[in-house]
Design a protein around this ligand. Sequence first.
Ligand code: KDG
Ligand code: MG
Length: 405
Amino acid sequence: MKITDIKVFVCCPGRNFVTIKIMTDEGVYGLGDATLNGRELAVVSYLEEHVIPCLIGKDAHQIEDIWQYLVKGAYWQNGAVSMAAIGAIDVALWDIKGKVAGLPVYQLLGGKSRKAVTVYAHVNGETIDDVLNNLEKAINEGYKVVRLQCTIPGAKGTYGTLGDKKNYYELQGNRPLPPEHGWSTTKYLNFIPELFKRAREKFGYDIELCHDVHSRLTPIEAAQLGKLLEPYRLKFIEDAVTYDNPEGYKIIREHTTSPLALGEKFNTIWDAKPLIENQYIDFVRTAATHGGGITPMKKLADFASLYHVRMAPHGAPDLSPICFMAHMHLDLWAPNFGVQEFIGFGTPELNEVFSFKAKLKDGDIYIEDISGLGVEFNEEAAKKYPYKRSYLPVTRLDDGTLWNW
Ligand code: KDG
Ligand code: MG
């Protein structure tokens, strides 16, 4: 079955997405998500100039060989742009294989390890009271795992809160240059334990809670946070420190039993390797899009399982429903699945462009047994939403120093 053409679509139904469609000589096609938030067009160019021309005429069934060819064959391995491009190709090839086999992708991975995928919802607010009200709603909706984020009083923008945005699909700051946020570790460490203390006082310990630090701390500060949050028994603290220095996680580990999650920015299994084999993390958060596809995600899950590390794939709004559905199949299969990040099924604009059959019940997602990934992309609808340049914010300390957003 030969690849005859690969089309790339860029659209913005609320936020930008890069979608690919692989066509074959047997009429079966597959879809992949190549979205790299804020650097979308670099991936388009990588695909159009350097990936697609090499794939025309290749056998669409040779998923592993094509993945190796794109990764090793480029000589310049890894990197966010190239792995997002390769991730999209790989996911689209799994979609094709599932369609040809007449099976959902999870069957090709080894079948279901569970009936449904437990997700964690985002709960945020401008004050602790806001967050607690929203947490009550999430609990009443049936969520069993929830991520809490709260605006830090006096901060100029806080990660994970909507601020003046209506929803996650609104472009960053609605302007084509990065908005600027502020950061104070002191204010943050003084404030955030109170959020979890009050959540536990009001709702007890049955609801599982997580928190995303978004790489703002140094290792010893993260160790302090882990200790401060220990009484509130979080499911995990995410991205406490950037992942570039795995030894930093050793410091955190030596001081706290708060579980740690990391990996949404990993683009290879080798990024994850030292953190997993040294038992520095408990959950690995790599996404099929940014990690290079379903093929490496399967290798990552198997490797992590040897170290009792569980999968908690990234599920931010800048990953398209194609990536979401790829995760559903991986999560249903992976014996060491932990929890899936989930920000809802999207806006009417998003659902006009992407359609997929997934149902949420009591904090678990069920998908239909459709062959392939089970997602459709409406090319005509996508044309109504042209690309709009948009960036994530940047963060500065009070003295102007640039910090990790
Ligand atoms: O593009 C960046 C987002 O995907 C990221 O900020 C979201 O940290 C994130 C999360 O945990 O969802
Ligand atoms: Mg995160």
